[in-house]
Design a protein around this ligand. Structure first.
Ligand SMILES: CCCCCCCC/C=C\CCCCC/C=C/C(=O)SCCNC(=O)CCNC(=O)[C@H](O)C(C)(C)COP(=O)(O)OP(=O)(O)OC[C@H]1O[C@@H](n2cnc3c(N)ncnc32)[C@H](O)[C@@H]1OP(=O)(O)O
Ligand code: FAD
Length: 572
């Protein structure tokens, strides 16, 4: 799916049909409802949008204003947009493409509000694509990127839909209006958890694409003199270039492996949930929210590092990097804004920390929180050993979670309400949650490379890459590791020199490592990242195709420049 998104340049009108509308039916509809809509969706006999966000609320789902009021006399729901700010705003494909939408609305029955639930609403005629009666639709206009996707708006004026159009796998409304509770109120959000998981893979793919482009180009590009009189070297020979690119390359691998873990975790926890065991839901939510936030943020920054590493040509659309950056920027905001998502992870960590303090043994991705010793013993650590590096990341995360949680407790002991204490510690909380996710990514990377079975040399290269990733993280966040003396200044120096050694070690395999992503030129859509390396010929061809080159003298010359120049000359 990630590759498909990229091939389509970050999306067309039907993208959200595949990534959000159809999965929502799969995950939230009853078997009967699936019989009605799933095949239609899978065969694209209907096209759907996922209509949740409104002009006034995206993050705060409980604040949505669209209402779905049950009318038992006709056994229908009445979908209504009561205010301007309740206008559905942003859903992909809603503007011009979709004829159906799953609409998130506040469910009212028997005079009581039961919060946001999903409803299937037909929005356009299947005959002539005109909006259905009572529905007002349109496109929200150009965006930073992803303009092939018609993100749209929708307003509903007391639109009636059958009772059976509420997606009722979890919560139900009976014919007489009785509301039947779901096993967990958060199951209405399960599709978001799924989509966040898929964003981790999209982030990995986007960063893999950017590093493929930048590493290949850095082997084609020659600039300056390393030694006087010598031929200009490939720019990838400069250590600073390696320092820019190899951590991004390593992160791309780390994120692929994290996304595999996420997919497997999602499958296993949703499998248990199908059998009625909801115990894994909180961890799944915390992990998917944190990973989505962390990987998309690092990816967006990393793509820009790749762009700058390609010098002037990186700034051209010919490089493919601006489009990748625009796509990654979308991933940072869509499907839960990154700060908000990281705070969800922090919320889970604070709870886990409190449980651990109360003597509960933690399991899963947070098990280390109870295992790590608060008072470290400093010593000369072997900074080239992966186990040492993983332990250092876990120590850093555990310390930061403890610190943020204790600060919060302190604020509350001084009389602050829990919510105020939360807000005044939220910067610390975000940093702690980031450290937790970072530590997870490092550990998962280290565990994955140990299981590589292809051959010894592949494992050796991936191990170097994992060391590089971990050492880079330590040197970039040295203060966090030094703060309580867990690592010493000498350890950080050792980490820096191992990092330099790893840059040199990865250099001979860098092209193979990006080629292994197996991204076809049609997917990369980059003149700089071409597999055949014929960058300059194709850059010239690409420029010749610029719309401005359609005529030798552009019409603007006759319209504006010629008269302007003439009048200036006449004044002389
Ligand atoms: C391939 C390479 C190229 C890449 C380039 C691609 C280019 C692509 C470009 C464009 C394509 C982009 C595609 C975009 C698709 C986007 C779709 C969307 O955006 S759809 C809309 C998504 N909206 C959101 O995500 C909304 C975010 N908000 C929320 O989820 C929630 O409101 C909240 C922020 C979590 C707030 O919850 P809050 O705490 O206020 O309260 P409650 O809701 O009551 O929560 C109470 C407890 O429940 C827990 N919780 C919250 N959510 C969940 C959940 N989903 N699952 C489980 N548990 C959940 C919460 O943590 C609380 O727990 P406790 O602490 O009380 O135990
Ligand atoms: C490309 C793209 C595609 C999209 N596609 C869809 C779609 O198909 N369907 C759909 O329904 N929606 C879609 N959206 C909407 C998207 O889900 C929301 O924009 C997103 O969830 C963020 O919500 P918001 O816009 O309300 O941001 P806001 O919440 O208004 O964020 C603004 C700022 O407020 C901060 N903030 C908000 N709440 C808190 C808090 N509790 N604590 C700390 N800080 C906070 C944020 O961190 C951020 O800095 C799309 C958006 C984009 C950009």
């Amino acid at each position: 799916m990630a590759a498909a998104l990229q091939t389509l340049g970050g999306g067309i009108g039907i993208t959200l049909h595949w990534i959000a509308f159809t999965p929502t039916i799969e995950q939230q509809a009853t078997e009967e409802q699936k019989k009605k809509w799933l095949k239609l969706a899978q065969d694209v006999a209907i096209v759907g949008a996922y209509a949740q966000t409104e002009m006034g609320h995206g993050t705060f789902v409980r604040g949505l204003e669209t209402t779905a009021t049950y009318d038992p006399s006709t056994q229908e729901f009445v979908i209504n947009s009561p205010t301007l700010t309740s206008t559905k705003w942003w859903p992909g494909g809603l503007g011009k493409t979709a004829n159906h939408a799953t609409v998130m609305a506040q469910l009212y029955t028997r005079g009581k509000c039961y919060g946001p639930h999903n409803f299937m609403v037909q929005i356009r005629s299947l005959e002539n694509h005109q909006p259905c009666p009572g529905v007002t639709l349109g496109d929200i206009g150009p965006k930073m990127e992803s303009n092939g996707n018609d993100n749209g708006f929708a307003r509903f004026d007391h639109v009636r839909i059958p009772r059976e159009n509420m997606l009722m796998k979890f919560a139900r409304v009976e014919a007489d209006g009785t509301y039947v509770q779901p096993p967990s109120s958060k199951l209405a959000y399960s599709n978001m958890v799924y989509l966040r998981g898929t964003f981790v893979m999209s982030a990995a793919q986007a960063l893999a694409s950017a590093t493929t482009i930048a590493v290949r180009y850095s082997c084609v590009r020659r600039q300056s003199e390393m030694k006087p009189g010598e031929p200009e070297p490939q720019i990838l020979e400069y250590q600073t270039q390696q320092y820019k690119l190899f951590p991004q390359l390593a992160a791309a691998y780390a994120f692929w492996f994290a996304s595999w873990f996420m997919t497997q975790q999602h499958g296993s926890i949703t499998g248990s949930m199908e059998k009625g065991d909801m115990s894994g839901l909180a961890e799944l939510h915390a992990l998917s929210a944190g990973l989505k936030s962390y990987t998309t943020a690092v990816t967006a920054r990393g793509i820009d590092v790749c762009r700058m590493a390609c010098g002037g040509h990186g700034y051209s659309h010919a490089s493919g990097l601006p489009a990748l950056f625009g796509g990654a920027a979308a991933l940072c905001t869509a499907e839960g804004e990154n700060t908000v998502m990281m705070l969800q992870t922090a919320r889970y960590l604070v709870k886990c920390f409190a449980q651990s303090q109360a003597g509960k043994r933690l399991t899963g991705t947070v098990a280390y929180l109870s295992a790590v010793q608060p008072s470290p013993v400093a010593g000369n650590r072997n900074m080239s050993d992966l186990g040492t590096l993983v332990a250092a990341f876990q120590h850093r995360a555990a310390r930061m979670v403890r610190h943020a949680a204790m600060q919060m407790q302190g604020e509350m002991q001084k009389g602050k309400a829990r919510e105020d204490a939360w807000n005044s510690c939220s910067v610390l909380l975000i940093k702690a949650a980031e450290a937790h996710v970072h530590s997870f990514v490092v550990r998962n990377f280290a565990e994955t490379v140990q299981t590589v079975e292809v051959d010894e040399s592949v494992r050796a290269v991936l191990t170097s890459l994992c060391q590089l990733y971990s050492l880079y993280g330590i040197t970039e966040h040295a203060g966090d590791f030094l703060k309580d003396g867990y690592l010493t200044g000498r350890d950080i120096d050792a980490a820096s020199s191992h990092l330099s050694a790893m840059l040199a070690r990865v250099r001979p395999d860098a092209v193979a490592l990006v080629d292994a992503f197996d991204l076809h030129d049609k997917i990369l859509r980059s003149v700089l990242g071409r597999y055949d390396g014929r960058v300059y010929e194709h850059l010239y061809e690409w420029a010749k195709k610029s719309p401005l080159n359609k005529s030798e003298v552009h019409e603007s010359y006759y319209k504006y420049l010629q008269p302007f120049l003439k009048s200036n000359r006449a004044k002389l």
